[in-house]
Design a protein around this ligand. Structure first.
Ligand SMILES: Cc1ncc(COP(=O)(O)O)c(C=O)c1O
Length: 474
């Protein structure tokens, strides 16, 4: 177990050691990864670091003490609300990220429902099967049951199914713009009508699309309305640290009106530490991420976001048409923006084996289940690797087609089996054991030099354990 060094180390030595730690990290700078990092370019990143550094120590826990940070927050929320077609009554808070911007509305609408009526039962929210997993987390944290509405063939939620699922316990409807797995926008307009008919709030999770869709729409008008133009929409989450190209730790949750958001606030008047009021989940709120988010929006401006959107969509179209032209592959659904997935249409081409092949060619690949697919999330830097990606993908498909055994080997076999394992609760139990190991004092898994993504290694262990349990029972 590591202990605090007895004597202080030299700054230069510390920094050198730290640089070494990143040797086994994925390299996002070469544009061979498709998520996790929304890197615009080095110049922009250096600028963000300056902005972040300027407010490095400031704390938005007390907006009276740091009026600068409150100004950043108010400005960012106003700009975001205006971008999402909110009117003068729109309000919101800056949060630490998409997850916080999904957690908060669940708390808010649960407490709004409690304020309106008694809830002598577990309140329920209805969300598409494709909703981001942060909503499950929110449900678990705040004692709300999440009920998943089925998707139609086009991967958008079935609004009639949502309508039928509404009952007296329902407190909230949710849709995505777009969904993380398939990049499609749910029929928000229709959901809005249902929400109004049953007098329910409707939140749109636009963590991914919030800072991209409005600019695609400005460029070519191709986006269906998903924002406050739809009367039933009561709130929207939009991440500045994704397509807003801010530093990590910045998202927004915007409400149509304070009458909703006031249920998000926490106030405790009797604390010996003083009367305490907090607008969001965190106590201490880092000034650096507020400052960098404000700086990013001003550095890009509407023109910059539109230009980026144009570039991102050109790369997306090039990738999608390249993938469609590869025999045996097809795009899942008809995604509106730069996030999408593709799958195999040929029994002889196992898509997870294609993922393995791509990884052996140096790409970091994200995999989807139900249905199985590979995931893409485009940023401007991908312009320089589009041709190489498509050529490697074509080779990978051909390799898999001519070597059917590959589907039963490596990560492909694991992903395939895990997706089909019948005992889902057992998977959960095994993942829990893995988490306990990962967060044990040794926390060894990510440090042992193995470059496999964590999920693959977790799955390998699950399978190992699963076969042991199965063996013991037989
Ligand atoms: C639609 C959607 N909602 C929420 C989140 C969670 O965001 P974060 O990872 O910033 O917490 C994501 C992340 O990709 C997302 O795609």
């Amino acid at each position: 177990m590591k202990t605090i060094p007895k004597k202080a180390l030299k700054h230069a030595d510390i920094l050198e050691q730290m640089r070494g730690f990143s040797d086994s990290d994925v390299n996002y700078r070469d544009s061979r990864t498709w998520s996790l990092v929304y890197h615009l370019d080095d110049q922009h990143t250096e600028f963000l670091k300056q902005a972040y550094g300027m407010y490095f120590s400031e704390n938005a826990l007390n907006p009276m003490a740091f009026k600068s940070l409150k100004r950043f927050e108010t400005d960012i929320i106003n700009m975001t609300a205006q971008m999402l077609s909110g009117d003068k009554k729109a309000v919101g808070t800056l949060t630490s990220g998409g997850t916080e911007s999904c957690l908060l509305p669940v708390l808010t609408y649960r407490d709004l429902a409690r304020a309106k009526r008694k809830l002598p039962f577990t309140p329920e929210m209805i969300a598409p099967e494709s909703i981001h997993v942060a909503w499950s987390k929110a449900a678990q944290y705040f004692g709300v049951k999440i009920r998943y509405a089925p998707l139609k063939q086009d991967f958008r939620v079935d609004v009639e199914a949502v309508r039928k699922m509404i009952n007296r316990r329902t407190i909230l409807l949710v849709g995505s713009a777009p969904s993380y797995p398939h990049g499609v926008i749910d029929p928000i307009e229709e959901l809005g009508k249902v929400a109004q008919q049953y007098d329910l709030p409707l939140h749109v999770d636009s963590c991914l699309g919030g800072f991209l869709l409005p600019f695609i729409e400005k460029n070519d008008g191709s986006i269906p309305p998903f924002d406050f133009r739809i009367p039933g929409v009561t709130s929207i989450s939009a991440d500045v640290h994704k397509y807003g190209f801010a530093a990590k730790g910045a998202s927004t949750v915007v409400y149509r009106d304070m009458k909703y958001m006031k249920h998000q606030f926490f106030i405790h008047q009797d604390w010996p530490g003083g009367v305490f009021a907090s607008p969001a989940l965190l106590g201490t709120r880092p000034g650096g991420s507020f400052a960098a988010a404000w700086a990013a929006i001003h550095a890009l401006g509407e023109d910059g976001y539109c230009a980026n959107a144009q570039k991102i969509m050109e790369i997306t179209r090039e990738l999608q048409s390249g993938i469609t032209n590869i025999d045996g592959l097809a795009i899942l659904g008809q995604p509106e923006m730069s996030v999408f997935a593709y799958h195999s249409t040929d029994d002889k081409v196992n898509i997870f084996a294609v993922g393995d092949q791509m990884e052996s060619r140096g790409w970091q690949i994200d995999r989807l289940q139900r249905p199985e697919g590979l995931h893409v999330m485009v940023v401007p830097g991908h312009a320089r690797i589009t041709i190489e990606y498509l050529s490697d993908l074509k080779d990978s498909v051909e390799t898999v087609r001519s070597n059917p055994g590959l589907a039963a080997k490596g990560n492909a076999a694991m992903y395939g089996m895990i997706a089909k394992l019948p005992f889902r609760s057992m998977i959960k139990k095994e993942v829990m054991k893995m988490m306990e190991e990962l967060y044990s004092p040794e926390g060894s898994m990510p440090m042992d030099g193995d470059n496999n993504p964590l999920s693959v290694r977790i799955m390998a262990k699950i399978l190992q354990r699963f076969s042991k349990v199965k063996g013991a029972k037989e």
